[in-house]
Design a protein around this ligand. Sequence first.
Ligand SMILES: *[C@@H]1O[C@H](CO)[C@@H](O)[C@H](O)[C@H]1NC(C)=O
Length: 515
Amino acid sequence: MILKYLISTILLVNICYGYKVLVVFTLPGKSHGILGEGYVRHLLKAGHEVTYVTPFPEKNPPKNLRYIDVSENTKCLNMGIFDIKVIMDKEINLQDQNVIIPIMDNFWECTLKKEALQRFLYDQNEKFDAVVVEWLYSELGSGFATVFNCPLIWSSSMDPSTFVLSLIDEHLNPAYTVHHMSKDYSFSFLDRVYQLWSVARVRYYKWANSNNENELFKQLYGPIVAKKNRELPEFDEVKYNASLMLGNSNIVAGAGIALPQNYKHIGGYHFKEEIEPLPKDMKEIVENAPHGVIYFSMGSNLKSSNIPDKLKRELLDMFSEFKETVIWKLEKTIPDLPKNVHISPWVPQQSLLAHPKCVLFITHGGFLSLLETLRAGKPIIGIPFFADQYLNVNRAVAKGFAKRIDFGENVIPLKEAIKEILENPSYQQRAKELSVQFNDRIVPPGKELVYWIEHVIKTNGAPHLRSAALHVSWYKKMYLDLLSVTVIALVMIFVIIKYLFTFMQVDTHQKKKVH
Ligand SMILES: *[C@@H]1O[C@H](CO)[C@@H](O)[C@H](O)[C@H]1NC(C)=O
């Protein structure tokens, strides 16, 4: 009897609870791996079954997790283009979306053709309740939802941009938002014109490239869907059909803009719930620092070998003039370090930032680092070098907890900035205030992530959350049709009046003649 009861309970739990979710994060970049892993961790914890398409599979996955290993695709994307040296030498302009979009389309094409994915996509037995796909400048990943005939959930890795919002709602208004690739942050007349131009360029480029992308979509997914005896919808019907956009974003890191109901901020879901204590050797350094710790890390893109020796020396000399202890994250150490400087190839960033002794973070301004800083409430010096890092740092400066230094400047402005932040308590204070705003939430972001994915599944794609603006033409939204009708009517009235006047004049003229 008890056994029977147990078995039926287990069956019931299995039937009612665990959904099958497909998580697709194909980019072979470290921060994208961290973001994908966050989804997997939260979904597993909530009892769901996860299939994870990733270039970073791990050995011995936990129960309910299966990897589809696409690590072959590291060859699909020349990661060398993200190298600081290439960017500094301006060999490629990564601030230009027209450069990035074809790179990402090609990346998807190459990845989808890899054997592991082909086998997976053609498998008739694979079924999912929902698919989460990371968006990055290409919508080709949306085809997963078509193949498995399930709701599509986009994941966006940055602050809501005009690109991702136009997929579920409409473009951002450039009058008060900054294009996420912009290096400047200002709303003067000329800047607003420039911002408008940026959005127009996005629209134009997407339009000009659409034939190309439609063809690619048909080529890549057509045969797979045909094998499942279904017809392939148009690419537009698929890519604009997302149930949800989950954004690795947060209002405190971004700007107060109107968002559609199916955009959800879940920034910070990659955090570890409990801040882990520092490892023993680093803990000793931090706790014995008499004047606090400055943490210096340029993320995973800046390799030690790419920093000229002369610059390294100058930086070390400059750091040695401070009383504070400096922890510099660098994969290779440098000889003759000053007493107060420590180099470490690996730093548990969240733990170090959270430590009360940490007084300043010098960062490249990557979005994950920025979110971690906001959680910890520490001021920053941002040295942005590509993509959205400029915008992230510019906003931090505008919010009053940061200073920006441009790469290629010598070390003197950096020294001045460090002095300013250490001596002027306003930066510290602002960082603390923002951290209160950031951490005060109704539920942790990981819980919200799970809730919304479950909601989409329970409501068959959450049609009620979709924006009314999505399929309305831009000229209707701007009432350009009304404007043209009004202009035509006014012109017609003007012409008629003019005609009547001439007619009357001619008439009186003739009458005069008769008399
Ligand atoms: C759009 O999404 C809904 C809900 O997930 C789904 O039922 C429908 O088949 C999708 N349509 C297309 C063309 O993908």
